[in-house]
Design a protein around this ligand. Structure first.
Ligand code: G6P
Length: 661
C-alpha cells in the first residue's frame, strides 16, 4: 500500500528511484512520481497510472538529474488517482517535497489550521497537508544560517532538551551529530530547522506514516520517519537509501536498519543518525538482508504470480527445513518464546488474519483442533479488534501475515497484547512490524512474494500450521504414530506439488474453455472448504470474474438458486472422509445442469463420468489435501486472468500490503 523510496549519494538518483519504484509497484500502482534536487532546484515529475505507462514516459520527455531524490508509487486513499493527487507533494513555498505511505487521520483539523495561516492546496490528499505543515514549521524555525561556532543553543532548541545519546554509541556505530555539520550547512542535527520542522509536524499528526522528505535548500539531506508504515534505511558505500520494502534496494545494499515507530532518520550521503520525535538519539541495529536481488527477479516466467506458484515445492521445503524431529515425531520451533508448560497450559487459540492469510487460518483451525484437540477460533483481524470478545486466561492470539505489516492484523495483535494475552505470529517478511511486536513467532522463509495475489506465502502458512498443529498435538495426547504419519505425508508434498505444476498446460486449456463465464462457484467441505474460499478469491482478484467460495453442503440452503447452465462450479472432492457427502452435494448441482469441474483424487474412477472436467490430485492424508488442492486453483485463476487479458501481477484496485485500516 503505497511504496516510498529515497536516495542520497554520489550516483544519479532518477534511475535508482525508478528501478526501486518498479520493485515497489506491487504496493500500489494508481500513480507514481519522484522529486530530485539539483543545483538548488526541486524537479518534480508525477503521473497517474502504472510506472511504465506514466512516470517512465514522462521522464523520457522531461528528464531530471541529481544525486538526491524521493519517489512514490500510490494506492489511493484520500483523493482519486490523478496526476495532481500523485506524490511527491510540496509545501506552500515549493521548497520541500514529501512522499508518504499511510493515512493522516486528523488531516481535516490540520488543514483548517493551515488554511487560516494562508496556505492553499492543490490536491485532495492528506499528504499535501503534511508537506504544508512541515513547511509551516520550517518557516518558523529557519533563521539566518550561521556557523555552529557562532551559535548558542536556543532556549527552546531540541538540543537543549536532548538526553545523552546512548544506543547508537552502545552499538559502536555512533554517528556524531557534528559530523553532519558540513552537509547540513553549518547546523548540527538537533537544531537544524528542517529536522525540527519535521519533528514538530509529526508530533502533531495522528495517523500512520512512512515518509521521505527532501528540500531544495539542503542538497545532501534526506529525512525519513515512520509510524505504523514500514520504513527501512539502506546503508551503501557512499550512499544511503530509504524504502518501504528492502526489495527495492537489495540490488544496491544488503545492510539495512529497520526503523521503529516514531523514528526519524537523518541521512546524508555518508552519514546517518536516528532520533525519536523528541529528538533524542535512539539505538539502531544494522541487519543483513537474507535474500539477494535474484530472488526478486521474474526470470523466465511471464509473471511473478506464475513464478511464485512454481516455487511452491521449494516453499514447503523451506517451511519444513530444520523444524522436523523425526525421532520424536514432532516439530520444533526456535522462536515461540513459550515454555513447554506454558504451551501445554493453552486453553484456546484465536487466529486473526486478513485476506488469503485468513483462509490459511481456517485451515489452521481444522488442523489444530484435529491434532491438538484445542479449541480454535478464526477471526477477521479487524473484527477481533473492535468487538472486544471475552478472552479467558490462557487464550493465545496467533496472527498470520505474509507482509507482517497489514494494519488490521497489527491492530489485532496490539489489542491482544493490550489485554495481557500471549501472542504468536506466522510471518514472512523478516523484521516486519508484526514480527517484531509479537511475543513469539515462526518465519515462513518463503522469500519475497511480489505478485499481489498471494500464492507461495499461503502454501507456506499451510505447511507451518500443519507443523504447529503437530507440535501442539504431541505436547498433548497425539500418539507418536499419528505424528510420524503426518511427517511422512508432509515430506511427500513438495514432489506432489511438482506433479500438479506439470499440469499447468492442461489447466490453461481449461481456463480458456471457461474464460467467458461471468460467475463461478468454488465448493468444498472439511479441509477443502477454506480452499474453496481461497480458490474463489484468487479468481476474483486477478480475473475480475465474480466467484463465490462456499461450503458444498451449505449450497443447498440458498446459493443453489444461482446455479444455471452458465455458472460453473469447481468442486473440491478428494477421496477423504467426507467424499460421499460431497458427492451427494455435487449431484445436486449436476441435477440443475450447472457445469462441473472436479478437483478429485487420483484413481477416482467414478468422478469423470459425473463432471464436465476433472483435475486429479495425488493422494495424501485428509489434513494435507489443502496443500495440494490449492495448486490447480491458483493455476486456473492465473490462466483465466491471462486469457482475459488482465494484468496478473497488478490487479486493479488492489495492493499487496494494506497498511491502513
Ligand atoms: C491484502 C492483499 C491480500 C493479502 C492480505 C493480507 O489484502 O491484497 O492478498 O492476503 O492483504 O496480507 P498479509 O500480508 O497480512 O498476509
Amino acid at each position: 500500500m503505497c511504496g516510498i523510496i529515497g536516495y542520497v549519494g554520489k550516483m544519479e538518483a532518477p534511475p535508482i528511484l525508478i528501478e526501486g519504484l518498479r520493485r515497489l509497484e506491487y504496493r500500489g500502482y494508481d500513480s507514481a512520481g519522484l522529486a530530485v534536487v539539483h543545483e538548488g532546484k526541486l524537479q518534480v515529475r508525477k503521473k497517474q497510472g502504472k510506472i511504465d505507462e506514466g512516470l517512465a514516459r514522462l521522464l523520457e520527455q522531461q528528464p531530471v538529474v541529481g544525486s538526491i531524490g524521493i519517489g512514490h508509487t500510490r494506492w489511493a486513499t484520500h483523493g482519486p488517482p490523478s496526476d495532481t493527487n500523485s506524490h511527491p507533494h510540496l509545501d506552500q513555498s515549493g521548497t520541500i517535497a514529501v512522499v508518504h505511505n499511510g493515512v493522516i487521520e486528523n488531516y481535516d483539523r490540520l488543514k483548517e489550521k493551515l488554511l487560516k495561516a494562508g496556505h492553499t492546496f492543490r490536491s485532495d490528499t492528506d499528504t499535501e497537508i503534511l508537506a504544508h505543515l512541515i513547511g509551516h514549521y520550517y518557516q518558523q524555525e529557519r533563521g539566518p544560517v550561521r556557523p555552529q561556532s557562532e551559535r548558542g543553543g536556543a532556549p527552546n532548541s531540541i538540543s537543549a532538551r536532548r538526553e545523552p545519546m546512548t544506543g547508537s554509541r552502545r552499538n559502536g556505530i555512533r554517528r556524531s551529530a557534528a559530523a553532519f555539520t558540513e552537509a547540513l550547512r553549518g547546523r548540527d542535527v538537533e537544531s537544524h530547522p528542517l529536522v525540527r520542522a519535521v519533528c514538530a509536524a509529526l508530533r502533531e499528526v495522528i495517523g500512520t506514516y512512512g515518509v521521505a522528505i527532501i528540500s531544495k535548500e539542503y542538497p545532501n539531506l534526506l529525512i525519513g520517519a515512520r509510524h505504523g508504515s514500514p520504513l527501512i534505511l539502506g546503508i551503501g558505500a557512499g550512499d544511503h537509501f530509504l524504502t518501504s520494502d528492502a526489495n527495492a534496494i537489495v540490488a544496491h545494499t544488503a545492510k539495512v536498519v529497520y526503523l521503529n515507530d516514531f523514528d526519524v532518520a537523518i541521512v546524508t550521503s555518508d552519514r546517518f543518525e536516528v532520533f525519536n520525535l523528541q529528538a533524542h538519539s535512539v539505538p539502531v541495529q544494522i541487519s543483513q538482508l537474507s535474500f539477494g536481488s535474484q530472488e526478486t527477479e521474474r526470470g523466465e516466467f511471464a509473471h511473478y504470480m506464475l513464478k511464485e506458484i512454481f516455487e511452491q515445492p521449494k516453499t514447503v521445503e523451506n517451511a519444513l527445513r530444520g523444524r522436523v524431529d523425526r525421532d520424536a515425531a514432532t516439530a520444533k520451533f526456535g522462536g515461540l518464546n513459550m515454555t513447554t508448560a506454558e504451551l501445554q497450559s493453552i486453553k484456546r487459540i484465536i487466529i486473526a488474519a486478513s485476506g488469503t492469510s485468513w483462509h490459511a487460518a481456517l485451515v489452521g483451525e481444522y488442523l489444530i483442533e484435529n491434532f491438538a484437540r484445542l479449541p480454535v477460533e478464526v477471526e477477521f483481524a479487524h473484527e477481533f479488534c473492535y468487538r472486544s470478545p471475552p478472552l479467558e486466561k490462557n487464550t493465545v492470539l496467533l496472527v498470520i501475515s505474509q507482509s507482517g505489516e497489514t494494519a488490521d492484523t497489527l491492530a489485532a495483535l496490539r489489542e491482544a497484547k493490550r489485554r495481557g494475552h500471549r501472542t504468536l505470529a506466522i510471518v514472512n517478511v523478516i523484521a516486519s512490524t508484526i514480527a517484531r511486536e509479537a511475543g513469539g513467532g515462526i518465519y515462513m522463509h518463503a522469500g519475497p512474494e511480489i505478485g499481489v495475489a498471494s500464492t507461495k506465502a499461503f502454501m507456506s502458512m499451510l505447511a507451518i500450521l500443519a507443523l504447529l498443529a503437530l507440535y501442539l498435538g504431541r505436547l498433548r495426547k497425539l500418539p507418536l504414530e499419528r505424528g510420524a504419519e503426518l511427517l511422512d505425508a508432509l515430506a511427500a508434498i513438495p514432489a506432489q506439488i511438482g506433479t500438479l505444476l506439470a499440469q499447468s498446460e492442461a489447466l490453461k486449456q481449461l481456463a480458456i474453455k471457461y474464460a467467458a463465464a461471468q460467475n463461478f462457484f468454488f465448493l468444498g467441505r472439511g479441509y477443502t472448504f477454506p480452499i474453496a474460499l481461497e480458490g474463489a478469491l484468487k479468481l476474483k482478484e486477478i480475473s475480475y470474474i465474480h466467484a463465490e467460495g462456499y461450503s458444498a453442503a451449505e449450497m443447498k440452503h440458498g446459493p443453489i438458486a444461482l446455479i444455471d447452465s452458465n455458472t460453473p462450479s469447481v468442486f473440491l472432492v478428494p477421496q477423504d472422509s467426507l467424499y460421499s457427502k460431497t458427492m451427494a452435494n455435487l449431484a445436486m448441482i449436476r441435477a440443475r445442469k450447472g457445469p462441473l469441474i472436479a478437483v478429485a483424487s487420483e484413481g477416482d474412477r467414478e468422478i469423470a463420468a459425473l463432471v464436465d472436467d476433472a483435475i486429479y490430485l495425488p493422494r495424501t492424508l485428509d489434513p494435507l489435501y489443502p496443500l495440494l488442492a490449492i495448486v490447480p486453483l491458483q493455476l486456473l485463476a492465473y490462466h483465466m486472468a491471462v486469457s482475459r487479458g488482465c494484468d496478473v501481477d497488478k490487479p486493479r484496485n488492489l495492493a499487496k500490503s494494506v497498511t491502513v485500516e
